[in-house]
Design a protein around this ligand. Structure first.
Ligand code: F0G
Length: 458
């Protein structure tokens, strides 16, 4: 028989986790104002809030922590990272930043001005936040298939070229700051973008003279999907695919807390020296000197090592295989999820799961609270709370997709944990008809409200 995949590592250090009682959870979540960000981590049994900065580093990454060169300028850890980025991504210039949104802040300070438009596939919330904060507009040009959770499409992160061209045609060129391709597309369900689409978007951008940039947080997972789903790439290595992906863009912002498997870090990679020089000024102002950018030398070394480990096929096969395993379990219980499962997370369709809860009472958030109460599993709402209010009308924006994200940290949990999560959701699925009320907002911040929002039962 053919041997199945298995994790290409074994566990050397473990972190105990506390399995609380339903009564404790009832008190804790009420005190947290039904916002799961407000929970203490020891009040959570399995933490699927995010795959960002929550991965387990390898012994080689921990070795880099010891080897870290903490020189203010010209650190050898910086050089190690610079060489890795040049070799792996083919980008000659890079700026370290303390995380992904800091990279966005620096690059967008260089590129975006008031009244600009920034098209792309669905922008991540900090990306959109940084665009809207500059009084510019993010335009979502994702293919329509992404909105139909039960419809299978191998590349639901793809950009609809007609929608993109309409943006290019309907706006003066000087008001289109850049086009962002988010790989994989977190907001639409950790869904990949095909190489063909990247190539076509890049060509369209070139034709209209628009800068094309990756939001590269999960670029390696995207490469894995290209290898396993796109014709012509089955025999290429992940690193060959990564190189080709990056060959089509002018640069990238990166949250290294995802596919580089570090607990903190980010960077901007660029092809053009003039743009690098402009961004450098903001990097020094906001992040730190050019050879550390808000990170310690040890972080830069661990990041360089993590980029190499994160682009190994065997690792990606086990990582994405675990996410698919959870998806398959949920599917077998009849639970509606975004199909196919994404790279870093399973996204449950909360509209279909809790149809009796009115959308004004936040279906996905209601499901997140239910899952916590049921089993101590912390997930995150990717729905109306995250979509925020329209910056002009201040009305709630109701996104087409109202999802509950189960983000799986890298190299952290076992498939027994996946079975436990699936069983918890199956229990809620059994009694879904009886869940009819959600939440109302008690207080919220003017932008990116979901982090600090306070709720009460409706
Ligand atoms: N871009 C994407 C696609 C992201 O998913 C994130 C973060 C960022 C940018 C910002 O990076 O957190 O390092 O500042 N996503 C996390 C998540 C927070 O849970 O999906 P950051």
């Amino acid at each position: 028989m053919e041997l199945p995949y298995a994790e290409p590592y074994k566990i050397k250090v473990v972190e105990p986790i506390y399995r609380s009682s339903a009564k404790e959870r009832e008190q804790w979540i009420k005190k947290a104002r039904y916002n799961l960000f407000n929970l203490q981590s020891d009040q959570v049994f399995i933490d699927l809030l995010t795959d960002s900065g929550t991965g387990a580093m390898s012994q080689y990454q921990w070795s880099e922590i010891m080897l870290g060169d903490e020189s203010y300028a010209g650190s050898l850890s910086f050089l190690k990272l610079k060489n890795t980025i040049t070799d792996l991504l083919g980008m000659p210039y890079f700026l370290p930043t303390h995380q992904g949104r800091a990279a966005e802040n620096v690059l967008f300070s260089t590129l975006i001005k008031e009244n600009d438009v920034v098209p792309g596939n669905s922008h991540f919330d900090t990306t959109k936040g940084h665009i809207e904060y500059r009084r510019a507009r993010a335009v979502d040009c994702t293919i329509d298939e992404a909105c139909h959770t039960s419809q299978f499409h191998p590349f639901k992160g793809n950009i609809d070229l007609e929608k993109l061209e309409a943006v290019f045609k309907n706006n003066p060129k000087e008001n289109i700051s850049l086009c962002i391709i988010t790989v994989t597309c977190n907001t639409s369900g950790g869904q990949p973008v095909s190489m063909e689409n990247i190539r076509d978007v890049s060509a369209l951008c070139k034709r209209y003279g628009i800068l094309c940039i990756f939001d590269a947080a999960r670029f390696a997972e995207n490469a894995y999907f290209i290898k396993t789903r796109e014709k012509g790439y089955e025999n290429k290595t992940i690193r060959e695919i990564v190189k080709e992906m990056f060959s089509y863009v002018d640069g990238a912002t990166m949250s290294s807390k995802k596919d580089a498997i570090v607990n903190i870090g980010g960077f901007i990679a660029l092809r053009d020296k003039a743009l690098f020089d402009k961004a450098s000024v903001f990097n020094i102002m906001y992040e730190g000197y050019l050879t550390y950018g808000g990170l310690a030398g040890r972080d830069l070394g661990a990041l360089a090592q993590g980029l190499m480990e994160g682009t190994e096929f065997d690792y990606l096969e086990a990582r994405i295989g675990q996410v698919a395993y959870l998806g398959e379990k949920l599917r077998s219980y009849g639970i509606p999820i975004q199909e196919p499962t994404g790279g870093h997370a399973v996204f449950v369709d909360a509209k279909k799961f809790l149809p009796n809860v009115p959308k004004e009472e936040f279906q996905a958030q209601t499901l997140a609270v239910e899952l916590y109460l049921e089993a101590g599993v912390r997930s995150v709402e990717i729905g109306t709370l995250l979509a925020d209010r329209n910056p002009i009308t201040r009305e709630n924006r109701y996104p087409v997709l109202e999802l509950l994200r189960l983000a799986i940290p890298r190299r952290v949990y076992t498939n027994n944990h996946m079975d436990y999560i699936a069983a918890a959701l199956a229990n809620i699925w059994e009694r879904r008809e009886s869940i009819t009320r959600g939440f109302k907002i008690v207080s919220e911040a003017p932008i990116m409200r979901h982090f600090t929002i306070e709720l009460e039962r409706a």
